[in-house]
Design a binder for this molecule. Structure first.
Ligand code: ASP
Ligand code: MG
Length: 427
């Protein structure tokens, strides 16, 4: 039996005809049986689809924007195929379906459901183009609808994967195909039990690559990016940032949790569980080594700096002078679970608990309501956090100054975090 191998290509890697030619050459050079290519929407298509959805939901005309998006894709096709190639009809056909979906009034009753039915067209279209183009290059491959593989619950915009079903469908559908041809499929989308399209959350294609890798027992998963690999800081802010050759799963998972944007946070856990190495490599320099994330145990103690923004700090002060106990935490975690908070940090002292969460569209009053009997609540949104792992003395003093208007500080030998007001300069 063949051992599959997964490649993931994001929007930037296929943003125009030249970018796709580059990916074509990259893939052709590495052409092998068992290859599964997970592809996202071209360029900023998903953002543009979000805008179309917005217009449609507001009953405003989306004609101009839809035609611009069609033009963008036709432009790409003109740069890759001779006129009259079958791909033009395929893309037109997808756009006709997209238009019908956008016009379908009954779908609009539930905005988030409507979103899921529309947003995946970016991937459905881009994968058609990539598959046809690879065939043109002499790399015969098959187009696969990812919705036949990735099975989820019905939660809108952020569906949960049914792993048992997904593994079964992936193996059954893909193994026979992969014996003969590599496969091109979409990131980001799945189907629920009713057959409706679901999505895995923005930037979810990395996660799809991990799902495919785990389901098929792949030898590795490679995410092709426009950066050299994983660096110990954002290179736009730290020109001297260095690249990791190796990174342990645990360290990489922590980095994405603290806000590093190189890989989608959900990607690492399933791969770690199954011991499948994850390569992060540059599509601009594909022969360079990149970073490999795997089970390497002890991580190198290099300082790592990560910024995260759009955070809300909730400060809870106990009303009745009883000191903090299990009950207080229980209440907080209960509310957190019910409200789907993404908790970044919790800090407690005798009568005071601070909880830092990802920004949510709730008012101060809504945040405070469930706690009214027990805590006095204050909240502040629009905050930013710097996390420094393995900090040196120089880092400690440098960032302490950056985070001038400080709201919260966490300070340990291996990790420092500062939560501060968003408007402060970064470095
Ligand atoms: N196209 C989707 C997005 O931009 C999924 C992805 O690219 O990972 O969010
Ligand atoms: Mg994208």
């Amino acid at each position: 039996m063949i051992q599959p191998l997964v490649y993931k290509f994001g929007g930037a890697s296929i943003k125009d005809a030249n970018a796709i030619k580059n990916i074509g050459a990259l893939v052709k050079k590495r052409w092998t049986t068992g290859l599964v290519m997970v592809v996202s929407a071209a360029g900023d298509t998903t953002d543009r689809l979000e805008h179309l959805i917005d217009l449609a939901l507001k009953q405003q005309s989306f004609d101009k924007e839809l035609i611009q998006l069609l033009d963008y894709h036709e432009d790409i096709c003109r740069g890759l195929f001779h006129p009259g190639h079958g791909v033009f009809a395929r893309v037109d056909n997808q756009f006709a379906q997209l238009r019908r979906t956008l016009e379908n009034l009954s779908l609009k009753a539930d905005g988030d459901f409507f979103y899921d039915q529309v947003i995946g067209f970016g991937e459905l279209i881009s994968t058609r183009i990539i598959q046809e183009y690879l065939c043109e290059l002499g790399c015969a491959c098959l187009w696969q609808d990812a919705r036949e593989l990735v099975r989820t619950d019905s939660q809108t915009k952020m569906a949960k994967v049914d792993w048992a079903l997904t593994m079964q469908y992936c193996r059954r559908a893909l193994f026979p195909k992969l014996e003969k041809f590599p496969v091109v499929t979409q990131g980001f989308i799945g189907t629920d039990l009713l057959g409706n399209t679901t999505t895995l959350g923005r930037e979810g294609s990395d996660f799809t690559a991990a799902i495919m890798g785990v389901s098929l027992g792949a030898s590795s998963v490679t995410i092709w990016k426009d950066v050299a690999g994983i660096l110990n800081g954002d290179p736009d802010i730290f020109p001297e940032a260095v690249k990791f050759e190796y990174l342990d799963f645990e360290e990489a998972a922590e980095m994405t949790y603290y806000g590093a944007k190189v890989i989608h946070p959900k990607t690492i856990k399933p791969l770690a569980k199954h011991g499948i190495p994850l390569y992060v490599k540059s599509f601009l320099n594909p022969d360079a080594a990149g970073t490999v994330i795997g089970s390497f145990g002890q991580a190198p103690r290099i300082p790592i700096t990560i910024f995260k923004s759009k955070l809300t700090l909730i400060e809870l002060r106990i009303l009745d002078l009883s000191m903090i106990g299990g009950f207080h935490f229980e209440l907080i975690y209960e509310v957190a679970k019910k409200m789907n908070w993404r908790i970044q940090l919790v800090q407690a002292s005798a009568a005071h608990i601070a909880v830092l969460i990802d920004d949510m569209p709730s008012t101060e009053e809504q945040l405070a309501r469930p706690f009214r009997e027990v805590f006095k609540v204050k909240s502040k949104s629009g905050l930013k956090m710097i996390t420094v792992k393995n900090p040196t003395v120089a880092e400690r003093s440098h960032y302490r100054q950056v985070a001038e208007k400080l709201y919260l500080e966490q300070n340990g030998p291996e990790l420092i975090q500062w939560v501060y007001e968003e408007s402060s300069p970064e470095a």
